[in-house]
Design a protein around this ligand. Structure first.
Ligand SMILES: [Zn+2]
Ligand SMILES: [Zn+2]
Length: 180
């Protein structure tokens, strides 16, 4: 079974606890091996100096070119991400594609106050969410489902790091080539 690769592409040094926690939840949600991918390359070309943010679509394209070239690859960054029509995004996943990216930049709110576990949980949820898109899952109407759309960090906190039963069934259909 093709693994999910998790790749720290941030500028600061990688936070082991953060990546391990995301990997744990990715393995649970998708039943796949999760491996770390590592290289000093960074998608610096995705930086937009006018917005002082990174264009997430450019990172996705780059992850496919520079990454392991198999399975799914999830880039994790500390840089702030955007898509042209939105102020920022927590991340982006290619629907049914090979790449996804998540950022911790907008997940840091209240973390200093509440503690690092909050960031661990938020990142794990957003990682599963974006990789869920890469597996072909759409947004879910169940608010606690990890595939629910999050417009703010409060929505992220309301979610669980897991797929609801409906999304799990859908994932199974997608894996076995069932109805689309
Ligand atoms: Zn989404
Ligand atoms: Zn769901």
């Amino acid at each position: 079974m093709d693994p999910i690769f998790i790749w720290w592409i941030g500028e600061a040094a990688p936070d082991r606890a953060l990546l391990d926690h995301a990997a744990l939840h990715l393995g649970r949600a998708f039943g796949r091996p999760v491996r770390e991918w590592s290289s000093p390359e960074r998608p610096r070309h995705a930086y937009d100096p006018k917005r002082k943010q990174h264009l997430s679509g450019a990172i996705l394209k780059w992850l496919l070119e520079a990454g392991p070239g198999a399975g799914k690859v999830l880039g994790v960054t500390d840089r702030d991400l955007f898509i042209p029509i939105l102020t920022y995004v927590f991340g982006e996943g290619q629907l049914g594609g090979g790449a996804a990216v998540v950022s911790i930049a907008r997940l840091l709110e209240d973390v200093e106050l509440i503690g690092p576990q909050l960031l661990l949980e938020r990142l794990a949820k957003e990682a599963v969410h974006e990789v869920g898109h890469a597996f072909g899952l759409l947004h879910c109407a169940t608010p606690v489902c990890v595939m629910a759309r999050s417009s703010g960090v409060r929505n992220v906190d309301e979610k669980k790091p897991e797929l609801c039963s409906e999304c799990r069934r859908r994932l199974e259909e997608l894996q076995t080539g069932g109805p689309r």
